[in-house]
Design a protein around this ligand. Sequence first.
Ligand SMILES: NC(=O)c1ccc[n+]([C@@H]2O[C@H](COP(=O)([O-])OP(=O)(O)OC[C@H]3O[C@@H](n4cnc5c(N)ncnc54)[C@H](O)[C@@H]3O)[C@@H](O)[C@H]2O)c1
Length: 386
Amino acid sequence: MAANEERSVGIVMNGVTGRMGYRQHLVRSILAIREQGGLRLPDGTVLRPEPILVGRNESKLATIAKEHGLDRWTTDLDEALKLPGAEIYFDAQVTSRRVEGVKKAVAAGLHVYTEKPTAEDTETALELARIAKAAGVKVGVVQDKLFLPGLLKLKRLVDGGFFGRILSVRGEFGYWVFEGDWQEAQRPSWNYRAEDGGGIIIDMFCHWRYVLEEIFGPVRSVQALAATHIPERVGEDGKPYACTADDAAYGIFELDGGIVAQVNSSWTTRVFRDELVEFQVDGTEGSAVAGLRRCRVQHRSTTPKPVWNPDLPATEDFRSQWQEVPDNADFDNGFKTQWEMFLRHVAADEPFPWDFLAGARGVQLAELGLQSAREGRRIAIPELTL
Ligand SMILES: NC(=O)c1ccc[n+]([C@@H]2O[C@H](COP(=O)([O-])OP(=O)(O)OC[C@H]3O[C@@H](n4cnc5c(N)ncnc54)[C@H](O)[C@@H]3O)[C@@H](O)[C@H]2O)c1
């Protein structure tokens, strides 16, 4: 196609009435790409995403469509997958609905991009990878944390050899999710019911797998302790329900090179941190603390020598002894950046490493984390193959 020609790509977007589907994927990614005039491909063609909204609630869909000047929406997924110009299926439904939607899309011959986790167990996640491969469609899984400015800066430090030998990683993720009685919960109630695909391990360990592996190295074992600290919450309908899923997970992961990563994930902790997720990395040459946006370092040459003395008040302001890592780049919304990569993968055959096997690896860490918690033991992580 000649330079500056436009080509449209129909994207069937399922689950756009949800938190992630609406805010991060529709508004901050697809509509943002449209607003910037589309996506330029290497041959000069401009790709214009055309969303086709799919969901269960007709009036919610109609409202979103109207608000954003969109005219294609339906409550019938089968119909949407057959619409002319529909090339990509995107799924941000509740996790338990994912497999059915993705299978239908693959059978219809569409390329598929999906939220994580791709399935609730590893075998099913692998099955999705196999059927997608057999059908010859292109697939991708959201791995948004890789595109966080804080973690991009952390990766830059690792790549630049800042740490020397990395010893350990300590991650804190979490915040207080209200119980829904005296203040409305800020997360949907299905997250707290195992039978509806909920639980913090299935939600977060998928992320920890790719974060740990892409920044530090392969994860070789997992040991997790899961807890349901709050046994009862109040749902969207105002009625109490029993919490059957874990709302906090205390995980230890062994990585290649003897690196020990400890990550706490919790919806039952109050934040006394600078950001909702933070990782401290300690290495022989220096340490860093990276969050969503910020990253601070302390080199061995500027490391103070605190002396333990409980009889005296703290004499040093420890936080002031760290240096801010500069951005040195423009960071776009991570969901949008990954969408642009996937669109270029589909339309211009550019590589896209985060396929359904990568998705299955995330599910595997969650599944083995849950098994570790149930059995009270450390579990080695076998290599996954298709
Ligand atoms: N990448 C990330 O950082 C991230 C963050 C949060 C959630 N997620 C993932 O995104 C997906 C959606 O999560 P969310 O927080 O947006 O959830 P949500 O409850 O806000 O949205 C769920 C969507 O699924 C639809 N749905 C279909 N069947 C449903 C059913 N039986 N019950 C309830 N909703 C149903 C809803 O209409 C809605 O559009 C999950 O798979 C979750 O793991 C990813």
